[in-house]
Design a binder for this molecule. Structure first.
Ligand code: FE
Length: 199
């Protein structure tokens, strides 16, 4: 009888840990939703300041439930459930919220964590960080510098040359095959029409 009670307790503890590992609130669906692996055609256009700023309701219209939970509510997808943790290919990982280029495939490495892992972003300005004190820990949160979408966290147990591990949610990313797009030319004023008026 005692062993039966012990078994039930152990099962309940296991279920509790499984639910906690999901990183989702009770109201969240545990349904697996994977991100597309191709760039979307309709990312929101940045404003004059180069940022994408939208209200939560607008993001809800654009993103599926899990994308909204991770990108806009700092959620975490379950390890080994995303479609990019073991993804291989030559190309660029972009923000699923706004399309900004974030990571080059050459910097992706096998971390064994179940999340896509990179040792550095494609450009220093592509990402920004904050200190995340959730779960009683002080972790470095990383998000897209254009739309503010939560990407994941940075740890210091990565490989050379940086020693960093950008631990990123698959649903925060899209993937574009091939060479990265050339950086946009800096804004310049339009060329002046040659004046026909004589001096
Ligand atoms: Fe973004």
């Amino acid at each position: 009888m005692k062993s039966a009670v012990l078994l039930v307790v152990l099962v309940l503890i296991g279920v509790a840990f499984a639910l906690r590992g999901a990183g989702a609130s009770d109201s969240e669906s545990t349904e697996r939703i994977v991100a597309p692996t191709a760039a979307r055609a309709d990312y929101p256009a940045p404003g004059a300041d180069g940022k994408v700023s939208m209200e939560p309701a607008q993001w809800r219209e654009r993103l599926n439930k899990e994308e909204f939970y991770v990108l806009r509510e700092q959620g975490t997808e379950r390890a080994f459930t995303g479609d990019l943790w073991d993804h291989k290919g030559h190309g660029t990982y972009t923000c699923a919220g706004c399309g900004q280029e974030l990571f080059a495939s050459e910097t992706k490495f096998k971390s064994g964590t179940g999340w896509p892992s990179y040792y550095e972003p494609i450009a220093e300005a592509a990402v920004e960080t904050t200190v995340d004190r959730a779960w009683g820990m002080a972790r470095t949160e990383v998000h897209c510098s254009r739309c503010g979408g939560h990407l994941g966290h940075i740890f210091t147990d990565g490989p050379r040359p940086t020693g960093l591990r950008y631990c990123i949610n698959s649903v925060s990313l899209d993937f574009v095959s091939g060479e990265p797009a050339p950086a946009p030319a800096p804004a310049t004023s339009p060329p002046k029409e040659p004046s026909s008026a004589g001096e």
